[in-house]
Unconditional design. Sequence first.
Length: 514
Amino acid sequence: MGMVIATRTAREYLRVSKGKGRTARSISDQHRENLAAEADHGPWTWGEAYTDTGSASKYATKIRDDFEKLLADLESGAFGNPGDVLTLWEISRLARETGRGVALIDACEAGGFLIHITTHERTYNPANYQDRHDLITGIADAEKESRLLSKRTKRGVDSTVADGGVHGKITFGYAREYAIVDGRSRPVKQYADPTEGPLVVELFERVAGWNGRERESIRAVEQDWIKRGVVSRNGVAFSRQNLGQMLRRKAYAGIRVHKGTERPGNWPALIEPELFEAVQEILADPDRKTHTGSQIKHVLTGVLRCGTCGSKVSLRPGGDAYKGRLVYRCYGRDCFTIDKEQTDAYLIGDAERPGVIIQCLTSPYLYRAPAGEENDERADVRRQLAAKERDLKETQDTEAESAAHERRLARREERLENEIKELKERDRALTPRRPTGGLLDLGPGAALAEAWSAWESASLPVQRALVAELLSPDMFGQPRIRRVEDSASKDVADRIAFVNEDGETLAEEWGLGS
């Protein structure tokens, strides 16, 4: 009588980081090689696969839905029976963040599941100490490579930006020339696109009433472009919001903006400085009518963002849990829901308990010395900052001659990074602030009651303009709403993080506490 070999169920986790056009082929390649592995490591029957498109890196912004489902199924036992196999093409498909990978290995060990890595030609048992060590080491190595790649990429970007070079997405109105540098295609020149460039100039001139044109609203340009069939590179008509963003884009004036720092770009300006400044004055005018009709009714919808996916928020009726009250909800992926009344109370408040925004309006940190004062000190700080940044780049580019030299370079790099951070904070303290408080005719030392009275009597467009300016990354910080499970508690104060350009809140500097 022949021996019966037990057949295990295998379920794949397939993941690719490529964009459209290569995703399907890459997943099918992984699947084909996984199927072939059964001949040597099976027999297996194949269950439903988990599939994701997106990076496994800790720096990724896109949530991997099927990874989360896989982890939940492993922890609950819904993955299968003990002895079933999780099949991966390579270890880096799993996770490039060691903590997340270890959590999955722990779940496999607890459930009695095996892990097969096709490129290793091996099936691992997480309950075996050596197999567990090998798996965790593989994930740690993948994380190291991910972090190293991120550092190299950031260094390249910072170097390009420091030279005023072109980088990132091509701004509408421009085209680029590419060349092979170090074996890779890189942008070497940015110039005015013959079709798109004149449209950008037209937009600025029409809004400013420049070069003999009559001054027009953004909506008028929007409607005219729709009639003429003017569309974006994706074939989509330009909305007023799109056009408003274009009018604020300093790249058109030949200015490179990176992490709050401005320097001349190495591309030709489409818009002369005088025209650009004229348009900014128009856009900043609090009396300008920014919309028609009554479709915009709420102050905060334009500034709140999802802390998980970065999406905007929408306002909707809440379910039974909210007893019919309105809620803010993630517009992109429904990542979160939060009570509108409680959120507004925390951020705006009332006469009895002014919220964060009203408190900010009375903070001395909002107001700077007028432009022209402390210029000498600020110029000295910026000279020191530029010198330190050059020293840091030189240190990072230096090849270590020995282990001891490498340690010295690492200590020097850490010291320079700390000094640069301190100089940036000093520069920020000496830089004149924009007159945000002027929208409500307030100044430093205003009382909370005075600030609330001015806020309450302001029109909705003025309130929205002030909030957009105040709750921005380069001011108090952009409000990001976390999911309940990612927060210390359900309280609104614990669920909202204010993120500035450095990824942290300046609440303590503003005098609002930590």
